[in-house]
Design a protein around this ligand. Structure first.
Ligand code: DON
Length: 331
């Protein structure tokens, strides 16, 4: 009897002290060692890509920095690699802008003047507007500039709302803009300015150029890979924060966002990406990629060396192996 009790207490102690794990896909347990192995396996592939330098300040990123983070079904975040490395969120901010624009205006209004299309064009394609002047989707620059213009408020208020939402989702009040990158974006953003004025020409945007600065500001928000995996978790779990807070729970909206991520989140690479990774995802030229496993986990990877589509090359390779290892793809 005494022996049985002590065996039971050892077993209970073992269960409680074992690092928490999650079971996904085909009942395999996600292991931090596998995450680290994938970082080490792919980290040298940065030599095959290129750090973005069309915004000069972005070109200063360390091409060797690699980080990988997941926020699991219990809302716990596990990270490996250079997980404290800060970088700018760039196009991943388009998800938050879409979130706020739809919350404030409704999906119908937002998509009256914008399409749900995929595209074979890159993110900054100047003519990515259909014959009525409508942007193809909210993931490419033109659509994102339009989306941000729909968020109510004067001067930088729309940007402040985006920042506040990112701080809420990550529960990280320290997140802020990188002012040097913002100035660099603004000084070199001629293509974006061109798209802005094209949409103004079609009567889609009433506000003046100051509203475009909010797009540059949102792209210049500095985060790390852990913040990103919490954002991915939030979207995957229909607006439930990693700690269970449901202030912004909105299933319809998160379904819309994930549908757009799957269709256009990786730009002209989205189709092939849906075949190889099969998870709603969004990249940014800062080197981050987020991926959602719907109703389960949030995933984020970081390395600033990009492929020809503007997506993190090392990040893609890590994601591809990880998704295959745990059968995480939605198909
Ligand atoms: O508008 C731009 O060019 C950048 N601020 C954001 C582009 C971006 O991140 C594209 N994603 N891969």
């Amino acid at each position: 009897m005494y022996k049985t009790i002590s065996f039971l207490s050892i077993a209970i102690f073992y269960i409680l002290s074992t690092p928490s794990t999650i079971v996904c896909g085909q009942n395999k347990i996600i292991d931090k060692k596998v995450m680290l192995h994938l970082v080490n396996k792919h980290k040298l592939a940065f030599t095959q890509g290129k750090v973005a330098d069309y915004i000069p300040e972005l070109g200063k990123a360390n091409p060797k920095a690699v980080a990988f983070s997941i926020t699991n079904e219990n809302g716990e975040t596990w990270s490996v690699g250079d997980n404290k490395q800060k970088f700018t969120i760039q196009s991943i901010s388009k998800l938050i802008a879409l979130m706020l624009a739809v919350e404030e205006n409704g999906e119908e209004k937002v998509f009256t003047q914008m399409g749900y299309y995929g595209t074979h064009h890159p993110f900054n394609y100047f003519a990515n507007l259909d014959h009525n002047g409508r942007p193809l989707n909210p993931m490419m620059n033109a659509g994102a500039i339009y989306t941000t213009s729909l968020i109510a408020g004067d001067a930088d208020e729309p940007y402040q709302k985006i920042l506040a939402r990112i701080r809420y989702i990550t529960n990280n009040p320290k997140i802020d803009i990188n002012p040097t990158i913002y100035e660099s974006e603004k000084a070199t953003g001629y293509r974006n300015r061109g798209m802005f004025y094209l949409m103004k020409n079609y009567g889609m945007i009433e506000k003046e150029e100051e509203v475009l600065n909010n797009y540059f500001r949102q792209c210049s928000i500095e985060i790390d890979v852990e913040d990103l995996s919490k954002i991915a978790y939030f979207i995957a779990n229909q607006g439930t924060r990693y700690d269970g807070d449901k202030t912004h729970y909105n299933k319809e909206l998160m379904q819309l966002i994930q549908a757009q991520m799957l269709t256009a989140g990786m730009y002209e690479f989205s189709g092939e990406y849906a075949r190889t990774i099969a998870l709603p995802s969004k990249s940014g030229v800062g080197g981050g990629i987020i991926a959602t496993v719907p109703n389960k986990i949030g995933i984020a990877v970081y390395n600033p060396s990009l492929d020809e589509h503007g997506n993190s090359l090392v990040g893609y390779l890590i994601l591809k192996d990880f998704v295959q290892e745990y059968s995480l793809g939605i198909f």
